[in-house]
Design a protein around this ligand. Structure first.
Ligand SMILES: Nc1ncnc2c1ncn2[C@@H]1O[C@H](COP(=O)(O)OP(=O)(O)OP(=O)(O)O)[C@@H](O)[C@H]1O
Ligand SMILES: [Mg+2]
Length: 274
């Protein structure tokens, strides 16, 4: 692999959503401040959407590590849960054991837990990733959780994160009640053309690569054209370009290497395996 050649401690363009690599582009910075604002001000429902591979899960993970200890968190990364399973998952995350396993018992137990937390100045947050896959009945249960409030504030801040179909789903007439409760809404945009090079350099730095390794301006332009600013696609091309660079034993990644990478990804170039 090219890691040793370029002196990386770890793969700079892994496609996993590792928050240590978070680059605060304009859109990611804005999304994060909407999230923090919504949570700290107990705004209830927060909706974050973005195209496939735009960095939603990475953003959630970065948010989690930025929340202070007074925040109690429940995380749902499996959006195919039935409504009763969702309640169980939330109760489990908060360490709640209801007297009975009936839905109403769960909601009552969660409510009294949330009131207790409020009295202790703790804020409770439920984050649901991949929320575009939630079943309507599960969304209805989530709406019930959002009804838990005092006269002054929401007891539970609920962050729904998902692909653009989430927006479409919430726009259905049957979702009106839920939609009206969403008070913070943000759509993650792709990276801007001018951000591509600094995104790449940021990831190279975090991975601890050789200072001499550079991507040219034209290489970055070609990456932008192909990826349309979607970070996952940027990673895919950069990873291949480094492999081609390694084969050529060069620290200079130009548009030719990027072009080859794109051809290989698209299946129009002989595959290199090392
Ligand atoms: N702001 C960013 N800084 C650094 N890396 C990022 C950023 N946004 C996305 N990435 C990288 O892009 C890839 C895709 O990101 P992620 O998995 O978070 O996207 P997603 O929107 O959750 O995708 P999906 O729609 O498939 O769930 C990951 O490798 C991630 O590390
Ligand atoms: Mg994701």
């Amino acid at each position: 692999m090219y890691l040793d050649f370029y002196g990386f401690g770890e793969n700079p363009f892994n496609v996993t959503s590792d928050p240590d690599f978070l680059y605060l582009s304009n859109t990611h910075r804005e999304a994060l401040s909407h999230l923090v604002y919504g949570i700290n001000n107990r705004k209830g429902f927060i909706e974050i959407t973005g195209e496939i591979g735009s960095g939603k899960t990475t953003l959630c993970k970065a948010l989690i590590s930025s929340l202070d200890e007074s925040v109690k968190l429940s995380l749902v990364f499996n959006s195919s849960l039935q409504d009763s399973q969702l309640l169980e998952a939330v109760a489990d995350d908060f360490g709640i054991k209801p007297e009975r396993r009936a839905k109403v018992a769960f909601i009552r137990a969660i409510n009294s837990f949330l009131l207790d937390q409020l009295q202790n100045n703790r804020n409770c947050v439920l984050i649901i990733d991949e929320a575009q896959n939630l079943k309507n009945s599960t969304l209805e249960t989530i709406r019930m959780l959002s009804n838990l409030e005092t006269n002054k504030e929401k007891l539970l801040q609920i962050v729904l994160v998902g692909q653009p179909q989430l927006r479409d789903k919430l726009n259905l007439p049957s979702m009106l009640q839920l939609r009206q409760r969403v008070s913070v809404r943000f759509h993650l945009m792709p990276l801007e053309k001018t951000e591509i090079l600094s995104y790449i350099s940021h990831r190279l730095n975090i991975a601890g690569g050789n200072d001499k390794l550079v991507f040219s301006d034209k290489a970055a332009d070609r990456i932008f054209l192909y990826s349309e600013g979607i970070p996952r696609l940027v990673n895919l091309v950069c990873d291949k370009a480094l492999l081609f660079g390694f084969v050529k034993e060069t620290m200079f990644i130009d548009e030719g290497l990027v072009e080859q990478s794109i051809k290989e990804i698209e299946g129009t170039y002989p595959v290199i395996t090392v």
